[in-house]
Design a protein around this ligand. Sequence first.
Ligand code: PBG
Length: 324
Amino acid sequence: MIRPRRFRRTSVIRQLLQENELKVSNLVLPIFVHDQIESIPIKGMDGHSCLDQISLLNHCEQALKKGISSVAIFPSIDAEKKTKDCREAINENNLMCQVTRRIKKTFGDHLLVIGDIALDPYSSDGHDGLLENGIIKNDETVEVLAKMALVQADAGVDILAPSDMMDGRVLAIREALDSASFSDRMILSYTAKYASSFYGPFRNALQSNPKEGDKKTYQMNPYNRVEAGIELELDVAEGADMLMVKPAGHYLDIISDFRNACMLPIAAYQVSGEYAMLSCAAKAGIFDFKDALLESLIAIKRAGASIIFTYGALDIADDLNDSK
Ligand code: PBG
């Protein structure tokens, strides 16, 4: 008789047969920063704040000490700097560029900086693209995104991560980087980014909720799986170095499809609402926070993502280091 329980009899056997591993070096810590003197806590995300610039450096140091060497920086832009044409996005002295220069000066290549390429933090309309008469202007937006990638690359951003879902942006960013001698910088494309409710705490933190309408004309329909394959083919052809699926936990089928469809590294973003769900349920005594967080990350890894963005990176790092 075949008895699969033989696979599970002792801890040593279970480890011998374990198919996947989660390492601290797989994790990316997203960080919010603003141009104010004090940090402000983020609703629903216990332990997370929109940081002032000095706290941000301390936070990076803490991450490095725990073995987390990659951060994704999200700047919260002052309301008076948000405009319809999003010009602050291409200001070479904007908050993102200032922060990146500070990080690079302090930590050099020990800390990898990932920069978000999308217009929403800079948009008075709260959209990822330029809005004209209720319509998102794709090609005009792509031109601004390419310039935005250049100012960030010049400030020292290692990986440019377009999260806007405009058509053709990966190629435009690649060409802009290459023609400005930034051919060494990687593009991590948010290839399949879904129109999701789970971005709630993030939008609160950046005060970037769309003023009108929603993001369904550019972010993908959660009902669709096959369509993600079109986005994948385009991003591969346009020169993306890595492909991202977002959100992660409810989109494991897409992560798995991506893993099987190409040879590029696959990333997944456990977004703010996913973290908030875990955090709030644990606070209500439903389960142990770290156990549930770990299981959610294991699932994302098992589905095929080798890079995982998670707000829980700092929470889980010690446990992962200890289990070595
Ligand atoms: C903006 C962007 C969003 C997130 C990352 N980049 C929000 C959105 O698309 O509205 C969400 C991340 C999160 O919820 O943690 N382009």
